[in-house]
Design a protein around this ligand. Structure first.
Ligand SMILES: *Cc1c(COP(=O)(O)O)cnc(C)c1O
Length: 391
């Protein structure tokens, strides 16, 4: 939906559309890269108790600087990446990593400034950039969705951006960047370098995190989130690690008391149960590798994935395949390069449903038959609703 033309909206927002990944009630939602495993009964009780504990103090503002939470996030990162050596003072948190990114752009971007990204990549980077009044410049990843150091350097030297976004593992491709490419960008970037590691916990063994580059790189920011591996998308908690001076800059733009007492309590409780929450990650990784193998076995092009989703193709008419899957109750994401589709890795039963549906759809497409959407069925209505929402 765009704003009516008579509203005195900012000129640069006129005609733009709101973020609209369809939120549909379907049996198999494999479209937003959530962790498929809900919190255990035990964790649900712990979360409830933590909220009870703060409920009696909700007349007061929360800890504005979320000191305890940030120290615990630092401890988690140190366990994730041995040698990271972080303290709470090196970590910042906000309502989802999207808010973290917004604060970064408010502090380091703005009118007259530029942010650079390498597409295909996360669609919210350009959106948040533009909303902050920053100019967005788009460079390109390599044909295999990697980013070779020389290519990255050339783009940075050409555009001299105030902020560079590198996403690793990348969304929607799943591709992890070699540290050499990140180091190369750090050497030549005139401004801040943001490595978005929303999917870091899913990376394959031996894939390094940019956290290891923080010492000696005061302009590097590594962002993380509890929305994906941590199975906490509903709580809205994103964070970053950077030099304490960067966090000092973010304090200038954040809203006072931005992180509610409830959010802080819930996030700290989840962190205390990190082992249990991340136990599902291993299963998702295995499921992902199986899925990549299965898709390749059927002749699909599949991007290497270090994340909890897989980008596969190629389809001359990807919308038709997306619709036919949705008609079978399987919602995936029409995103990324034109002939590709992205599917999130769910629980084994969800992946079995996806494989069965895709096999049917492929057989139909090959036979040149109907795409699978039977007129007048609830599935067809869902397709129409999704189209309206995303158009
Ligand atoms: C999902 C995602 C995020 C952020 O999500 P939040 O829920 O706001 O933490 C950030 N970056 C990438 C690349 C993502 O895919």
């Amino acid at each position: 939906m765009t704003a009516p033309p008579d509203l005195p909206i900012r000129d640069d927002l006129r005609g733009t559309t709101a973020y609209g990944a369809p939120q549909l009630d379907v049996p198999y939602a494999l479209n937003t890269n959530e962790n498929p495993y809900p919190p255990s009964e035990r964790l649900v009780r712990a979360l409830g108790a933590a909220v009870m504990d703060v409920a009696g103090t909700l007349n007061r503002y929360p800890d504005r600087d979320a000191v305890a939470l940030r120290a615990e996030l630092a401890a988690f990162l140190n366990a994730d990446t041995p040698g990271a050596g972080l303290t709470g003072g090196d970590v910042w948190a906000a309502n989802g990593s999207n808010e973290v990114i917004q604060q970064i752009l408010q502090a380091f971007g703005g009118p007259g400034r530029t942010a650079l990204g390498f597409e295909p990549s996360y669609s919210m980077h350009p959106v948040i950039t533009r909303v902050s009044g920053t100019r967005w410049v788009n460079a390109h990843r390599d044909a295999d969705f990697g980013l070779e150091a020389g290519r990255a350097i050339a783009a940075v030297e050409e555009h001299r951006p105030d902020v560079v976004f590198l996403t690793s593992p990348n969304n929607p491709t799943g591709t992890a960047l070699p540290l050499e490419s990140i180091e190369a960008v750090l050497k030549v970037a005139p401004g801040m370098v943001v490595v978005d590691e929303a999917y870091a916990e899913f990376r394959r063994a031996g894939t390094p995190s940019a956290l290891t580059l923080l010492p000696g790189n005061p302009r590097l920011i590594v962002t993380r989130t509890m929305s994906k591996a941590f199975a906490l998308a509903g709580a809205r908690l994103g964070y970053l690690a950077a030099d304490p001076a960067v966090i000092g800059a973010l304090l200038l733009v954040r809203l006072p008391y931005h992180l509610s007492a409830v959010t802080q309590a819930v996030a700290r409780t989840a962190l205390a149960h990190a082992g249990e929450l991340l136990a599902g990650v291993e299963a998702v990784r295995r499921e992902r590798d199986d899925l990549v193998g299965w898709l390749r076995g059927r002749g699909h092009a599949v991007a290497d994935s270090d994340a909890n989703f897989v980008l596969f193709g190629t389809f001359p008419d990807r919308r038709r395949v997306w619709e036919a899957l949705l008609a079978r109750g399987v919602l995936i994401r029409e995103v990324g390069p034109p002939e590709w589709l992205r599917v999130s890795v769910g629980a084994p039963a969800e992946m079995a449903a996806f494989r069965a549906a895709l096999s049917e759809v492929q057989a139909e497409v090959r036979a040149g038959g109907p795409s699978g959407a039977v007129p007048g069925t609830p599935a067809e209505d869902a397709v129409n609703a999704a189209q309206e929402e995303s158009s």
